[in-house]
Design a protein around this ligand. Structure first.
Ligand SMILES: NC(=O)c1ccc[n+]([C@@H]2O[C@H](COP(=O)([O-])OP(=O)(O)OC[C@H]3O[C@@H](n4cnc5c(N)ncnc54)[C@H](OP(=O)(O)O)[C@@H]3O)[C@@H](O)[C@H]2O)c1
Length: 237
C-alpha cells in the first residue's frame, strides 16, 4: 500500500469521520474539512483538520484556492460533507432552498474546481463523491435534497468522462440510511434493528475499495443499502 495524501470533507462526524479513521489506520495522510472538530478529537500526526464552512459560498472559492496552493500533493479528494433537510417544497423558504443547494451541491463543484487541476496535472488521482439513494430515485418530501444528490451524481458522471484521459478517476457512493448524526435534527430515522441501517464504517469500506482499486480500474458507482428499508417517525416534541 502506497501512503497517499487524501482530502476529505465532512471529516468531523458520521461517514467522513469513519473514513478518516480507516484511512489513517491504513497509513494515509488525511486533511479533513469541517466546521467543528470537537466531535472528532484525533491526535494522529498524519491528520490535519481544516476548519471551513462549506455553506459560506461567496467566500469559499478564495479559501479553496488558498488550500489548494498549500496542499499541492493531494492524491484523492472525498466530498462527504452534507446535510439532510426534508419537507414539502412549499415548506422551504427561498433562502433554505439556496442554502441546501450551496452545501450539498455547489460546494462539491467548487472543491472539484479547486483540486481537479492539481490531480490532472499529476496525471493521477481519485475523486469520490458521497451521493445517496436519493441520487437514484426522487421521493416525497425530498424535492431539494434529492435534486442536490441527482446534481452531484450528474457532476460525477460528467467529470468521469472529462477526466479519464488525464488519469483521474471519479466515483460516487450512494448509501441508503446510515446510522449517524445526520438524523439528529430530522423528524424521522431508521428503525432500531441492525438490518435497518448501514454503519458509517460500511460506507468507509466502500470508499476504501475505490481508493485501493488497481490503477486503471474505476468503480464508477457503488450503491449500498440496509437490508430492510424502514422510515420511522420520531415522537413529536
Ligand atoms: N446518514 C445517512 O442516512 C446518509 C444516507 C445517504 C447519504 N448521506 C450523505 O452522506 C454525507 C455524510 O453524512 P453523514 O451521515 O456522515 O452525516 P453527519 O454525521 O451529520 O456528517 C455530516 C458532515 O458534514 C459536515 N458539514 C455539515 N455542514 C457543513 C458545512 N456547512 N461546512 C462544512 N462541513 C459541514 C459536518 O461537519 P460540521 O458539522 O463539523 O461542520 C459533518 O462532518 C452527506 O453528504 C449525506 O447527504 C447520508
Amino acid at each position: 500500500m502506497t501512503p497517499r495524501n487524501i482530502l476529505i470533507t465532512g471529516a468531523s462526524s458520521g461517514i467522513g469521520r469513519a473514513t478518516c479513521i480507516k484511512l489513517l489506520k491504513a497509513g494515509h495522510r488525511v486533511i479533513g474539512i469541517a466546521r467543528d472538530f470537537s466531535k472528532f478529537s484525533c491526535n494522529d500526526d498524519a491528520f490535519t483538520p481544516v476548519t471551513l464552512d462549506l455553506e459560506a459560498i461567496t467566500t469559499l472559492p478564495t479559501q479553496l484556492q488558498k488550500l489548494a496552493k498549500e496542499q499541492r500533493n493531494i492524491d484523492a479528494v472525498i466530498c462527504c460533507a452534507g446535510r439532510g433537510q426534508f419537507g414539502s417544497l412549499e415548506e422551504f423558504s427561498y433562502e433554505q432552498i439556496n442554502a441546501l443547494i450551496n452545501l450539498n451541491f455547489t460546494s462539491q463543484a467548487y472543491i472539484a474546481r479547486a483540486f481537479l487541476p492539481i490531480l490532472k496535472q499529476q496525471q493521477r488521482g481519485t475523486f469520490i463523491f458521497i451521493g445517496s439513494e436519493a441520487a437514484l430515485q426522487g421521493s416525497r418530501k425530498g424535492s431539494i435534497y434529492c435534486a442536490t444528490k441527482f446534481a452531484v451524481r450528474g457532476l460525477a458522471q460528467a467529470l468521469r468522462d472529462e477526466c479519464s484521459k488525464s488519469g483521474v478517476s471519479v466515483s460516487i457512493v450512494n448509501p441508503g440510511m446510515v446510522k449517524s448524526e445526520f438524523f439528529e435534527k430530522l423528524t424521522f430515522t431508521h428503525g432500531d434493528d441492525a438490518a435497518n441501517y448501514l454503519l458509517p464504517e460500511d460506507v468507509a469500506d466502500a470508499i476504501a475499495l475505490i481508493i485501493n482499486a488497481r490503477a486503471g480500474t474505476v468503480l464508477d458507482e457503488i450503491n449500498l443499502s440496509p437490508l430492510k428499508h424502514v422510515v420511522q417517525s420520531k415522537p413529536a416534541g
